[in-house]
Design a protein around this ligand. Structure first.
Ligand code: CDP
Ligand code: CDP
Length: 228
């Protein structure tokens, strides 16, 4: 059984990880937050003190062990859940994740992790590169001011010290880097459903996506019955 796959993509602060986590709990899917993986690699690169601009220094990525346990993320056995949200990591993560070697290594880990299970995976290239045959693809977006406001609301969790104008500017810079890189940029998959959450609560968005998942599952079951 290949498992049921949901791909959630979109720009920073559109609600991908919060919403994916809640849908996973509700529908008994495994949630994989791929942004946390790129952040973990960026954290390790900073700790190692490598030259962040030199792709040849990222060979360590293929040997890194990333694990999720009890809502925490571990890199090489170290709990990095809080550390990966540091401003220094946020400022460098788009650069680190633009290197083809880093991306190809993490994409293959992500594809392996999603094999044979029911999964909801969120990131930037899930519907286009990681799970191109996903059963459902969602592209979440929201106005940049609203995304900055959300980040500010959760100040401590998101380690935010900037004001709203500065935050909006940084989000836009990161979106631009993520959308213009050569290797698997942030783009809307042609078969994705685009949901603008600017005026949606978290609950509204969860309900909308849950309905899409249930519809898709019913269609798939009907098709399977026809095959029997
Ligand atoms: O939560 P936030 O929107 O701040 O970002 P994230 O999902 O934690 O992702 C952090 C960064 O990792 C993004 O800005 C991208 O540069 C990179 N990323 C990526 O390139 N591909 C993915 N599938 C996920 C994240
Ligand atoms: O993963 P991504 O960067 O797309 O966003 P997130 O980290 O899940 O959400 C960013 C912040 O926005 C979190 O603090 C969410 O609780 C909040 N949020 C919100 O207030 N309303 C929404 N409709 C979606 C997210």
């Amino acid at each position: 059984m290949p498992g049921f796959k949901v791909a959630i993509d979109g720009p920073a602060g559109s609600g991908k990880s919060t919403i994916s986590k809640k849908i996973a709990e509700k529908l008994n899917l495994t949630h994989i937050d791929t942004g946390a993986m790129y952040r973990a690699i960026t954290y390790l690169a900073l700790e190692k003190g490598i030259n962040l601009d030199d792709e040849s220094e990222y060979e360590f990525v293929s040997k890194v062990k990333i694990e999720y346990k009890n809502e925490k993320i571990y890199a090489n056995g170290i709990d990095v859940t809080t550390k990966i949200r540091d401003d220094k990591v946020t400022k460098n993560v788009s650069k680190v994740s633009s290197f083809p070697y880093v991306r190809r290594t993490l994409v293959s880990i992500q594809q392996e992790a999603a094999k044979n299970i029911d999964v909801i995976m969120d990131g930037r290239d899930i519907g286009t590169v990681v799970l191109p045959n996903a059963d459902l693809k969602i592209f979440l977006t929201a106005h940049v001011k609203e995304r900055a406001k959300r980040r500010l609301k959760d100040k401590e969790v998101n380690n935010v010290t900037q004001d709203i104008e500065q935050l909006a500017k940084e989000l836009q810079e990161r979106d631009l880097k993520d959308s213009t890189r050569k290797e698997s940029p942030l783009v809307v998959a042609t078969d994705a459903i685009v949901i603008d959450t600017t005026n949606f609560t978290i609950e509204d968005t969860i309900e909308r996506i849950t309905n899409e998942i249930l519809k898709r599952r019913i269609t798939m079951e009907e098709l399977q019955m026809k095959d029997v």
